[in-house]
Design a protein around this ligand. Sequence first.
Ligand code: CP
Length: 321
Amino acid sequence: MDKFFSVADIDDLDSVVREALSLKANPYNWRELGKNKTLGLVFLNPSLRTRLSTQKAAMSLGMDVMVINMDKEGWALETRDGVIMNGTTVEHIREAAAVMGEYCDILGLRSFPSLKDKVADYTEELFNKFVKFCGVPVVSLESATRHPLQSLTDLITITEHKKVAKPKVVLAWAPHVKALPQAVPNSFSEWMCKAQEQNLVDFTIAHPLGYDLSEEFTSGAYLTNNLDDALAKADFVYVKNWSSYRDYGQVYPVEGDWLITNEKLGLTNDAKVMHCLPVRRDLELSSEILDGPNSLVIKEAGNRVWAAQVVLKRMLENLKK
Ligand code: CP
């Protein structure tokens, strides 16, 4: 593996999950693999889980890790080509990425979307430029349209906690006060659609009118605007807010009650509830769910380590070839 950007970078989902769970059982068996190798983690946006879990995964593989919060600690970055840099930007991504590639064997990049320029965001302009100019393997720490380490984590968590061979998984839109990216739901959806193709889950997406995700990510999913119908017999409910894809980055007033509570959970097959975190309590997800026995959010966050570790292990193995 020389890039981890989307579900397309993994052929066999069952096999990557089994490998991740074997790392969870024996985290330090591969310490020699990463010896004298350096991982650079580049953040253009905030992070708690992605930063710490990826650092921990790399250290368990014997790697050295360097982290830069480019938005706060780096020079102001120019990402456009063909501009005279006589404004506020100081360093072009062409030089910045290439220099980081000189210091690191593998790089990770977090770069959120603008939510203003749909074309630039959905062609992954910034992420692709970084990959092109850094010259080393790159793992996405969440890009404009996807969050693959989160989605792999989610599949690992579903596999660990499922009680039937092919659980019903529901992605449920949730309220929020801000316009959030579509990266997490896009990514979860494309991973679940592939898992459905491989006969691992049954997948439904429920969202209010106007919040359709791009069809690029939802092929094969059952789509509905009725949350209660979606929740019927669900084994897992994945809660997440997102802004409109069609009216890019916009949010509309929403009719009906989209907050998952114990009453809503009563419609399900005693479903486990997931969220990538951070979560706004009693806005996106009720405290009674978060503090109750059906919440998987902490175990899910814990599993971020094994998703990162299996991806870095495969990249390190590829470096040795
Ligand atoms: N879920 C997730 O990516 O968390 P952070 O933004 O804290 O990394």
